[in-house]
Design a protein around this ligand. Structure first.
Ligand code: ADP
Ligand code: ZN
Ligand code: ZN
Length: 748
């Protein structure tokens, strides 16, 4: 089903109408308010109005951009209190009905003001009320009214009737119309009758899919399953370790969707949209690709947005927020690394791009592919219950074996900057064979804190309940939560002593040690301090791809999606740093991380080894990662979740509050909860809190939260909605902000 269905006979609350004087425009206004606002049509407006068009409306003493979400008949009472909209900004809808439906669903599901959800469907300039970006040749397109005229309309004006019939098949440029013998005057008559509008016409792109590799048996089976479901809504989980050929499956499935004239939407984690990945798409497809990520300027974003919406782009490749980009006809959605946390928007409208994408696929009636080496427990539960289809890729094309995993118990061992003797000798052996080493340490900086060995003082942030990280180049103390920076104290601020020392380990420190221990080997440190932009990662990848032996040392940045074909030894310097995460997803994240890091080893034709250093060799997650495939790890984790009634078996929502004091936040939440439970009893809902968040103070604000848990999604949603209503009706102390987080990515 196209995303832009044509309303031939619009019902009164949906489509256009001839008599604008008897109508009210129900608008979603870009402002933090939880209801829709009604306006009278702009004074003197003659044009037909359509749902999905923007209007400029007065709000207080401001003028804001709004989207018409419904057109309703006017009642007598409207006249007294309704204001007129000032300007109609679009002659035809910018947001299609299905897109509107998706945005409405998003606002509703995530309990967010509808206007703030609606603008996610607009490009930067459209949000500012400017006309949409355009490119192409000037031409003519019918509006919904023109498209809806029955055959035989305008019969008394045969030239106009002929043009109408022609445009009903597709918009045309003036150039083309001229070559068909249709005059500008005839075109003007359709414009004057408000049946058509000017539009820039982009030549029908010539899409071609390019040749794929000969698929393996497993790839062929996955492809068959996905392609058989083109044209209907199905969720597919493509589970395969890194390098098992998932991307190849995406590419071939996209080619199939394109062959049916449909577009593909591909979402990648923030970190995965590398020039490398883009290049792979560009070499495979002879087709325009719209690329959307947070690093674009507004102008670039507008242009790619238009390519997607006009149907010019065959493929839209983007990060999280691209899930809302309008497209003419989506035929396939792909979410790469579907388990990745960067799909969760963590402020403003908190949503999961993966979950929104599933809804989008349902509305567009197309298949969606969720790919990962370590699918989330939600997705695993979904394919185990039969709701989703599962396609495993168990082997790597061209590589015989999976990496060998080795655990090193570092209790009591002599370590050099965190590195054990055994790890060091494995590294040397690898380098001697002419191969590369990758070391993982998820902490940037020199050391996680600076301490006084005389009095026990610890470098703390003034604005957060957090320690300041010691950095050496340049020397300073930094807060990784709020960005606060301090110069290094010469003496202890507490006792004045000179006994200050770095405590713990960060990438800068290990880098220094490696330079000393492997003085002739190139060492590349990869963390957000060394990798400024996208291009630095690309440069590094090119440098390392066919290069001599070297050591890569880095944080999470290194563990995702990149191809380092010559790496055959992966070392996890400190697995324990992640072990005692208080969040219920902590163990899932740790297992994913360790499995993903392992996947970096022995791509291409070499087999590899993964060495994990820990002080907790018997921790169940560490053991599971070492001994079991992902499915068995999931068995364990799912069992725990089930016994605790946690997702995917139960559902969660958190109301969070930022305030000027912890008591103020806790008091506000307590007040909301008291009102809520006085109105109704909630049998199936557990309320936990209000409690201070794990980091109770961040960037100068005090953070508190109230958790709602329940086994019925519907009941939980009702309770959350009522809680939002309570909070909305409460008087809000100055400086206090609250927000609802549905299906929270974490609960700490
Ligand atoms: P993933 O996305 O799972 O990491 P890729 O699709 O990137 O895996 O594949 C890893 C490597 O294997 C790539 O270099 C790719 O070109 C190659 N490859 C994938 N499928 C095949 C195939 N059927 N035949 C030969 N090589 C393949
Ligand atoms: Zn001291
Ligand atoms: Zn801070």
């Amino acid at each position: 089903m196209p995303e832009n269905p044509i309303n031939t006979d619009p019902p009164s609350d949906q489509g256009g109408s001839e008599d604008s004087h008897s109508l009210v425009l129900r608008c979603s206004v870009n402002a933090p308010m939880r209801r829709l606002l009604d306006y009278l049509p702009p004074k003197g407006a003659e044009l037909p109005f359509f749902v999905g068009c923007r209007v400029q409306v007065p709000l207080g003493n401001r003028r804001v951009v709004a989207v018409i979400t419904a057109i309703i008949p006017r009642s007598e009472s409207d006249i007294e209190h309704l204001k007129h909209a000032e300007n109609l900004l679009d002659a035809s809808p910018l947001i299609s009905d299905t897109q509107l439906e998706l945005l409405r669903w998003t606002a509703n599901y995530y309990q967010h003001p509808p206007g703030e959800a609606m603008i996610l469907g607009l490009s930067p300039r459209e949000r500012r009320g400017e006309p949409p970006a355009s490119f192409g040749k000037p031409g003519l397109a019918l509006n919904l009214r023109g498209l809806g005229l029955p055959p035989g309309a305008l019969d008394r004006a045969p030239k106009q009737a002929a043009l109408l019939a022609l445009l009903q098949t597709a918009p045309r440029s003036y150039e083309e119309l001229e070559s068909l013998g249709i005059s500008r005057a005839t075109a003007r008559q359709l414009l004057n009758k408000h049946l058509a509008e000017r539009q820039d016409i982009v030549a029908a792109p010539n899409w071609s899919g390019g040749d794929g590799l000969e698929p393996s048996t497993e790839q062929a089976e996955a492809l068959q399953g996905i392609c058989d479901s083109l044209g209907s809504f199905h969720c597919h989980v493509l589970e395969g370790i890194t390098g098992s050929g998932k991307t190849e499956v995406y590419l071939q499935a996209i080619a199939k969707a394109m062959a049916t004239g449909k577009q593909a939407l591909v979402l990648l984690p923030e970190i995965g949209l590398t020039p490398q990945m883009l290049q792979r798409f560009q070499t495979r497809f002879q087709a325009p690709i719209a690329v959307l990520h947070s690093g674009l300027s507004d102008g670039e974003r507008d242009r790619h947005w238009h390519m997607a919406r006009s149907g010019h782009a065959a493929i839209v490749l983007g990060t999280r927020s691209a899930v809302f980009v309008p497209m003419t006809s989506v035929g396939l959605i792909v979410i790469d690394e579907e388990h990745d946390v960067s799909y969760n928007q963590q402020d403003g409208l908190r949503y999961s791009a993966r979950d929104v994408a599933v809804k989008r696929a349902q509305l567009a009636q197309c298949p969606i592919v969720l790919g990962s080496a370590t699918p989330s427990l939600e997705s695993v539960a979904n394919f185990r219950s039969g709701r989703y289809r599962w396609h495993p890729l168990t082997s790597r094309p061209g590589a015989a074996t999976s990496p060998k995993k080795i655990l090193i118990d570092i209790r009591g061992l002599q370590l050099d900057a965190g590195l054990s003797e055994q790890l060091l000798s494995a590294m040397s052996a690898t380098l001697d064979r002419g191969e590369q080493v990758l070391l993982f340490l998820n902490r940037r900086g020199f050391a996680p804190s600076l301490i006084c060995q005389t009095c026990g003082w610890v470098s703390g942030c003034h604005h957060c309940d957090a320690r300041l990280t010691l950095h050496r180049s340049p020397p300073r103390l930094c807060c990784h939560h709020c960005g606060e920076q301090q110069s290094l104290p010469r003496q202890c601020p507490e006792c004045g002593g000179n006994n200050l020392a770095a405590a713990g380990l960060g990438t800068e420190q290990t880098e220094q040690a490696l330079q000393r221990l492997f003085s002739t080997t190139p060492i590349h440190r990869v963390d957000s301090d060394t990798m400024g932009g996208r291009s630095s990662m690309q440069t590094l990848i090119e440098q390392v791809e066919d290069a001599e032996p070297c050591i890569l040392l880095g944080t999470q940045l290194l563990t995702k999606g990149h191809h380092f074909p010559r790496v055959t030894c992966v070392g996890v310097i400190d697995a324990d740093a992640q072990l005692f995460n208080p969040d219920f997803r902590g163990e899932e994240r740790l297992a994913q991380l360790l499995t993903q890091v392992g996947g970096r080893s022995g791509r291409a034709t070499r087999s590899g080894e993964v060495i994990i250093q820990t002080r907790h060799p018997d921790h169940p997650v560490v053991r599971a990662v070492l001994e079991s495939p992902w499915s068995v790890i999931c068995d364990q984790l799912l069992q725990q979740r089930q016994s605790q009634g946690l997702p995917p078996y139960g559902h969660l929502a958190v109301m969070r509050c930022d305030s000027r004091s912890i008591d103020q936040g806790l008091g506000f939440l307590e007040g909301c909860l008291t009102t809520l439970v006085s109105e109704r009893t909630f049998n199936g809902i557990r309320f936990v809190g209000p409690l201070p968040a794990a980091m109770a103070r961040r960037a100068g604000l005090y953070r508190s939260q109230l958790l709602l848990a329940g086994s019925s999604r519907q009941e939980l949603h009702q309770a959350a909605a009522q809680l939002v209503a309570c909070a909305t009706s409460k008087k809000q102390p100055a400086g206090l902000r609250w927000f609802m987080d549905i299906d929270p990515a974490d609960t700490v």
